[in-house]
Design a protein around this ligand. Structure first.
Ligand code: SF4
Length: 331
C-alpha cells in the first residue's frame, strides 16, 4: 500500500494523518513483521488494522543454500497457496535480489523453466514488495540492487510492478535508488513505449537471445507478436526519449545462437544504439538446449572485442541450486 492508501485507512478510523506516516515507516523502513511491534500506534488502531489487513502476504516455505552461500533461493507461498521463487545473491559489496512478478509465465520461452508452468496469475503489489522485505530480513547486509528477472514477464503485470517498484524506491520507506532497480522484459513493445512515455527512472533490460527474427522465434514465441525489428525500434525510441542505456540480455545456447555469424549480426543489430550486452551462458534445465563449452563461450565473447558497446558475461549465480537465470520453477 502507498502512503495515500494508509492515509485513507487511518481516516476511516478517525485517526490523524501522521498515523499513516508512522504505519508507512514501520512497514517499509523498520520492516516489522507484526502490528504489535508498532510501538507508537494506539492499541485500538493496531487491533482494527490487524483485523482487516494482512501485514505479510508471503511465507517462506523453503530456503535452498546456506546462510554463508553466495546465492540462496527462497520458495515463497502466497496467501492463496500459490508459490513463487526469489533469489538473494552476494557479490562482494553488492547484494542483489531477483524478484518474481507473476506466478508462472505465459510467454513460454523454450529455454526457461518458468515458461513450462504457464501463467497462473499476476502478483499483487504487496506480494512483490513482500519478496523484498522478506529477503532483506534474511540478508546480513542491506540490499543494493533489485532485478525483475524472476518468475514472470514484468511488463505483462506492468501496473503492479511499477507501483511495487515505486514503493521500493520511495524516499520515506525502503529508499533504494532507481538506478539500482532493473526491469527486464522479453520484449513487450507497447509497455516499452509506455515505460518511455511515463519517463520511468528504473533501468530497462531486454531479453534478446537471438540476432534475427527467425532465430528469436525458435526460442521465444513472443517474437511472433512483437518481431525483432519492432522491438529494436521501440528500444531506440526509448533511448532517444530517455537517454538511458539499455541492457540487452543474451542467453547463449549451444548450436542455436552462439556462432561467429550470430556475433556479427548482433553487433550490426545494436551497434547504433548506446547499450550494454550481457551474455548469459545457458543454465541447463534438463530440456532440449545445452550450454556451449567454455571454449565456445570464450570464442563468442572474443568477437566483441571491437564492438562499440560494453559486453559483460553473467556467469549465473546459483546454477548449482537451480536459482540461475531461467531456472526458477515451482511444481
Ligand atoms: S524467460 Fe522470462 S518471459 Fe520467458 S518464459 Fe521465462 S519467465 Fe517468462
Amino acid at each position: 500500500m502507498s502512503l495515500d492508501d494508509f492515509t485513507s485507512i487511518v481516516k476511516d478510523y478517525d485517526e490523524p494523518k501522521y498515523r499513516a506516516e508512522q504505519l508507512f515507516t514501520w512497514i517499509y523502513k523498520r520492516n516489522v513483521q507484526s502490528f504489535a511491534e508498532m510501538e507508537n500506534l494506539p492499541k485500538q488502531l493496531k487491533i482494527n488494522i490487524a483485523n482487516n489487513y494482512l501485514l505479510n502476504p508471503l511465507k517462506i516455505l523453503k530456503v535452498t543454500g546456506t546462510k554463508s552461500a553466495t546465492t540462496r533461493k527462497f520458495l515463497l507461498e502466497c496467501n492463496d497457496g500459490e508459490k513463487i521463487e526469489a533469489v538473494l545473491m552476494k557479490e562482494q559489496k553488492r547484494i542483489t535480489i531477483c524478484l518474481s512478478s507473476q506466478v508462472g509465465c505465459a510467454l513460454g520461452c523454450e529455454f526457461c523453466a518458468t515458461g513450462t508452468m504457464g501463467i497462473i496469475r499476476n502478483l499483487t503489489v504487496g506480494e512483490i514488495v513482500a519478496q523484498y522485505l522478506l529477503l532483506l530480513k534474511e540478508s546480513e547486509k542491506p540490499i543494493t540492487n533489485v532485478v525483475f528477472m524472476g518468475m514472470g514477464e514484468p511488463f505483462l503485470n506492468y501496473n503492479n510492478v511499477i507501483k511495487a517498484t515505486d514503493l521500493i524506491n520511495h524516499p520515506e520507506g525502503i529508499n533504494l535508488g532507481a538506478r539500482h532497480i532493473t526491469i527486464s522484459t522479453a520484449g513487450i513493445v507497447p509497455q516499452i513505449r509506455q515505460f518511455a512515455k511515463e519517463k520511468q527512472r528504473y533501468k530497462l533490460a531486454i531479453s534478446l537471445n537471438g540476432s534475427t527474427q527467425e532465430q528469436r522465434l525458435k526460442t521465444m514465441p513472443i517474437a511472433k507478436k512483437y518481431p525483432i525489428d519492432k522491438l529494436i525500434e521501440s528500444v531506440k525510441d526509448y533511448y532517444n526519449a530517455r537517454r538511458k542505456l539499455v541492457t540487452f540480455e543474451y542467453v547463449l545456447l549451444a548450436d542455436i545462437n552462439d556462432s561467429e555469424l550470430d556475433a556479427k549480426r548482433l553487433i550490426s543489430l545494436i551497434s547504433d544504439l548506446p547499450c550494454k550486452l550481457n551474455v548469459i551462458p545457458y543454465n541447463e534445465i534438463g530440456g532440449k538446449f545445452n550450454r556451449p563449452s567454455d571454449e565456445k563461450i570464450q570464442d563468442f565473447l572474443g568477437k566483441f572485442i571491437n564492438a562499440p558497446f560494453t559486453v559483460t558475461t553473467r556467469w549465473s549465480k546459483g546454477a548449482d541450486i537451480n536459482a540461475g537465470c531461467g531456472q526458477l520453477v515451482v511444481s
